[in-house]
Design a binder for this molecule. Structure first.
Ligand SMILES: [Zn+2]
Ligand SMILES: [Zn+2]
Length: 422
């Protein structure tokens, strides 16, 4: 996370700050709300909130297109002295994983595909993070839950949320098992639920209407995080219908984690008009078989004047906020035109390093898991030893085979590594 090179300062005091919170939160604020019973209409009774701010989170459609904000400086909520806020969008290949940090509290949103397990383990270890206040799996799909097991090996979770408490995906069940061994049960949040992360506020803004149509994407948990005057939106794999429901909770944002890796059925105009993202992050792998991100989504983002960042081209992407402005930085290819679609487009040879840690397009997005995908144990095809993702002697990426359980590794003829004793 530290080696990112700064590339852009999106400081802007213009549009889209109407939802800012007006004062620092009180410690007890969201305790009741955490139970999901206190206030389901989205109002957050923060001290100092004006009525209009509460209204705007309620979703008054009339406010959604207001570019306003000229008076926001006066109402600028202060973030406490010494407060910090950052989001790291990890380059996990084809999938999503983001770590939100505020004042030393952590929220992990998705964990990428199973192959991201060791990446997350390393990232958390490196930062000395042994406790994740919140883990949100936006939905059970493998490219979002696969790597969470690795994160949970180094860190315990305070609370954990997903759009479902039961699912077929083996990566989902590996995550649920790991959570349950920590005494944590998955909860399904409601729209309007909110909780504090340090001095930031996390609000659930979707799905307003559950589809339960068998496509987990369209019930993805959508989050809006407000820190001072800055707003971050995480859209999971939502389609345009879910986006439209969530749009009523938005009035501009600083960074949008683009829905569904930039697929054509997401990032609809109705949503983008409300989200008005200054910056957008698309998380996908180089040359993925889904064609993510699509020309359609990219051109709609272009129409919004949004600065687009892509993990497939730029590696880890970090957004830092001081409560007023957001600074974006990337690990590589700071100058590349990320709106140029297609394999090799705009990036070509410069991109040499393909996405992430070898995660490939083989990861199945749907409910079925590919057999090669798992995250909890890593085997070596050659030596036939298997390891924990935390082991100091993991095999090279191209020699790895992943397993969901110890039993599975053993029955595949693998023997436990003597160093990590899996
Ligand atoms: Zn996905
Ligand atoms: Zn999905």
């Amino acid at each position: 996370m530290a080696q990112a090179q700064g590339v852009a300062d999106s400081a802007g005091e213009g549009a889209g700050k109407a939802n800012s919170n007006a004062s620092s939160p009180e410690g007890s604020l969201s305790i009741a709300e955490k139970n999901g019973v206190a206030d389901t209409n989205g109002n957050v009774a923060r001290p100092g909130d004006s009525a209009s701010k509460a209204e705007s989170f309620k979703g008054d459609a009339d406010t959604s297109s207001a570019a306003g904000g000229s008076d926001q400086a006066a109402a600028a909520p202060e973030v406490p002295d010494g407060s910090t806020f950052s989001v790291t969008y990890f380059d996990v290949g084809q999938g999503d994983a983001a770590l939100v940090q505020c004042d030393g509290a952590y929220l992990l949103i998705d964990g990428g595909p199973p192959s991201a397990s060791s990446l997350l383990y390393s990232a958390l270890s490196r930062e000395g993070i042994s406790y994740l206040d919140y883990v949100v799996a936006t939905h059970p799909d493998t490219d979002h839950t696969g790597g969470i097991a690795g994160a949970l090996e180094v860190a315990t979770a305070g609370r954990a949320f997903c759009s479902a408490t039961q699912a077929e995906q083996r990566s989902f069940n590996a995550m649920a098992d790991r959570l349950s061994s920590q005494g944590v049960s998955l909860e399904v949040p409601e729209v309007g639920d909110s909780w504090e992360l340090g001095s930031a506020l996390v609000q659930v803004i979707g799905p307003v209407t559950r589809t339960d149509d068998g496509d987990a994407n369209n019930d993805s948990i959508m989050l809006k995080i407000t820190y001072g005057q800055t707003v971050f939106v995480f859209a999971g794999d939502a389609d345009s219908n879910e986006e439209k429901g969530a749009a009523t909770f938005l009035d501009g944002c600083d960074v949008l984690k683009v829905a569904h890796h930039g697929s054509a059925g997401s990032s609809c105009y109705a949503f983008l008009r409300a989200a008005l993202p200054k910056n957008a992050v698309i998380s996908c792998s180089n040359d993925n078989s889904y064609g993510h991100p699509t020309d359609d989504a990219l051109s709609r983002l272009r129409d919004c004047g949004t600065a687009v960042y892509r993990t497939d081209m730029q590696g880890d992407i970090v957004a830092e906020s001081d409560g007023t402005a957001v600074t974006m930085s990337v690990a590589r290819n700071a100058e590349v035109d990320t709106l140029v679609a297609g394999p090799g487009g705009g990036l070509g040879a410069a991109g040499g390093s393909s996405g992430g840690n070898g995660a490939s397009a083989a990861v199945d997005e749907g409910s079925g898991d590919s057999n090669s995908a798992a995250g909890s144990y890593i085997g070596n095809k050659n030596s036939k030893k298997f390891h924990l993702p935390s082991c100091s002697s993991l095999p090279a990426e191209h020699n790895r085979v992943y397993f969901y359980s110890r039993d599975e590794a053993v029955s595949a003829g693998m023997v436990p590594c003597k160093r990590c004793n899996p």
